[in-house]
Design a protein around this ligand. Structure first.
Ligand code: SF4
Length: 445
C-alpha cells in the first residue's frame, strides 16, 4: 500500500461530498431503527408519578433572568443563542437543573438509561497529533500498539449488547482492515450491536480508499455496522481548531459525515469537548449547529458532553468544575430540544457527578465499558469500567429508574427504583450484575 501524504489525506472532498448527499437523499432511511424507542406521545411516567398525576411544576428562581426562559421551556418555545448564553451565565444552578430535569422528565419520565457495553480501541497509532490527545502515539513510538482481529474478538463475549470501537488513524492499515474488524465481530457475535468509527475515522477511510463517504458507510453497514459514535467533534470553532487540532476535520466535514449517515438511516451520537480554551459562546454555537443538523437530517441518538481531562497537556491547569459540568448538561437538554438523549458520561465526570447529572437533564449514563483507554491516558480518575450493579446504584442514588438498553435504545430490561423491590429484570446477568467477559478490567464493582 502506498502511504498517503498529508496533502492527499487532507485535501478537500467537496465534490465527493456533494455526490454523497444526492445519493444519500435518494435512499429511504428505513434502517433507522434507532428512533423506534421514541414515544409517539408522552410516556406515561412523564405524566404520572407513583400512579398519581404529576403535579404542575412551581419553580422559583434565584436568578430572575431564568424566568422568561422557563416560560419558553414550559410552552415548548425553542430557546435562542442569547437564552443559551443566559443559562451559562446564570449563578442559579438549582434553577437550571430544575428546568432541565423537568424537560427530561417530559421526554423520558423518571427513567435513566444504561447499556451493557464494551469499548475496544484497536490501535493508538495515529497520523495526527491533536494537542490535547494523550492517547495517540506516533507510528515510531514504542508505546504504540495495533491489535489483530483475533485480539479484538478476544475482548468480546456474547452477553454484550454493544461494542464501541474507536481508535487512532493508523498509518498503514487499509480501509479493508477496518471493515474486516466489523465483519468478523458480526460473524462471531451476531447479537452484539456494533457502534464503530467516528466521523474523523470515516473521513480518513474515504481519503485512504479514495471512496465517497457514502460508499465507505455503505461498505461498513454491509459488514455489520449498526451505528456510529459521536467523537471527534471537539468544539465547532475554527479558533479552537487552529490552536488544538489543526489537522483534524472541522465542523463542516464532521457535520457532513453525520448528515450523510442520517440520510442513509445510520443512527449516530454527538459530542462536545469542553472545559479547555473554548468560550461559553462556542459551546452554545456548537449545540445550535447540532440542533440545526438534527432538524435537517434527523438521526442523533444522544449528545455526550465530554469534560476535558488535563492529562499531560499544558493547555489548562485544571479541567471543568462540577458546576460547569452540570451547567453544560442542563444547557444541552434545554437548548437541543430535538436531541433524544443527553448523556452524563461517568468516565469523564466521575461517578458522583455523573449520578447528579441525571437530575440536570441527562437521561443516560453510558454503560459498563470494561476498559476505557482514551480518557484514562489523560489521567481520568474514574474507574476504567463499572459492573452493572454499580451503575444501578448510581442511577438509584439519583432517584431515577434504571432502564437497560441496547446500542439503539431498544429497552432490554427495567429495574426497580429501589434494589429491594421486585422488578422486571430477568436473566442471570441482569440479576447478578456480574461482568463475565474475558480479559476484562473492572473496577468499582
Ligand atoms: S484525538 Fe484522535 S485524531 Fe487526534 S491524535 Fe488523538 S487519536 Fe488521533
Amino acid at each position: 500500500m502506498t502511504e498517503p501524504t498529508q496533502d492527499s489525506l487532507w485535501q478537500s472532498t467537496k465534490e465527493l461530498a456533494e455526490a454523497d448527499l444526492t445519493a444519500a437523499a435518494a435512499r429511504a432511511p428505513e434502517r433507522n431503527r434507532a428512533r423506534s424507542h421514541l414515544p409517539d406521545g408522552q410516556p406515561e411516567s412523564a405524566a404520572f408519578l407513583n400512579g398519581q398525576p404529576r403535579p404542575e411544576p412551581d419553580l422559583r428562581f434565584r436568578d430572575p433572568a431564568l424566568e422568561p426562559i422557563w416560560r419558553k421551556v414550559q410552552t415548548g418555545e425553542r430557546l435562542t443563542r442569547s437564552d443559551g448564553l443566559t443559562l451559562f451565565a446564570s449563578p442559579d444552578l438549582n434553577g437550571l437543573g430544575a428546568m432541565a430535569d423537568w424537560r427530561k422528565t417530559q421526554l423520558h419520565g423518571d427513567q435513566a438509561y444504561f447499556v451493557f457495553n464494551r469499548q475496544v480501541n484497536p490501535t493508538n497509532l495515529c497520523v495526527l497529533d491533536c494537542k490535547f490527545c494523550d492517547y495517540a502515539h506516533h507510528p515510531l513510538d514504542p508505546k504504540g500498539y495495533a491489535m489483530s482481529i483475533d485480539q479484538v474478538l478476544a475482548k468480546l463475549s456474547p452477553e454484550l449488547r454493544e461494542v464501541h470501537i474507536v481508535g487512532g488513524l493508523h498509518h498503514q492499515w487499509r480501509f479493508d482492515y477496518y471493515v474486516d474488524v466489523v465483519r468478523q465481530i458480526r460473524r462471531a457475535f451476531p447479537t452484539i450491536q456494533i457502534k464503530a468509527y467516528t466521523a474523523v475515522e470515516i473521513d480518513f477511510f474515504a481519503k485512504i480508499a479514495k471512496l465517497s463517504i457514502e460508499r465507505v458507510l455503505e461498505t461498513l453497514v454491509e459488514a455489520g455496522l449498526d451505528s456510529m459514535p459521536g467523537g471527534g467533534a471537539e468544539v465547532f470553532s475554527e479558533r479552537v481548531r487552529a490552536e488544538l487540532f489543526p489537522k483534524k476535520i472541522g465542523a463542516e466535514a464532521w457535520l457532513n459525515v453525520h448528515r450523510i449517515a442520517h440520510r442513509m438511516g445510520i443512527p449516530t451520537n454527538s459530542t462536545l469537548l469542553y472545559g479547555h480554551i473554548e468560550t461559553h459562546e462556542e459551546r452554545v454555537d456548537h449545540m445550535l449547529l447540532l440542533r440545526e443538523l438534527e432538524d435537517e437530517a434527523p438521526g442523533f441518538l444522544a449528545f455526550i458532553p465530554l469534560a476535558f481531562q488535563t492529562g499531560y497537556s499544558d493547555i489548562v491547569k485544571r479541567g471543568p468544575s462540577a458546576v460547569e459540568d452540570l451547567k453544560t448538561i442542563a444547557a444541552a437538554r434545554l437548548l437541543m430540544d430535538n436531541m433524544p438523549h443527553i448523556k452524563s458520561y461517568w468516565v469523564m465526570l466521575g461517578e458522583d457527578t455523573a449520578s447528579v447529572g441525571l437530575n440536570f437533564g441527562a437521561s443516560d449514563i453510558d454503560g459498563t465499558i470494561f476498559e476505557e483507554k482514551i480518557a484514562h491516558a489523560a489521567l481520568a480518575e474514574s474507574p476504567v469500567g463499572l459492573a452493572r450493579e454499580r451503575i444501578l446504584q448510581m442511577i438509584r442514588e439519583a432517584g431515577k429508574i434504571p432502564v437497560e438498553r441496547d446500542a439503539l435504545y431498544n429497552i432490554v430490561d427495567r429495574y426497580p427504583i429501589r434494589a429491594s423491590e421486585p422488578g422486571t429484570a430477568t436473566g442471570d446477568i441482569a440479576s447478578t450484575g456480574q461482568v463475565t467477559a474475558p480479559g476484562q478490567v473492572v473496577a468499582g464493582a
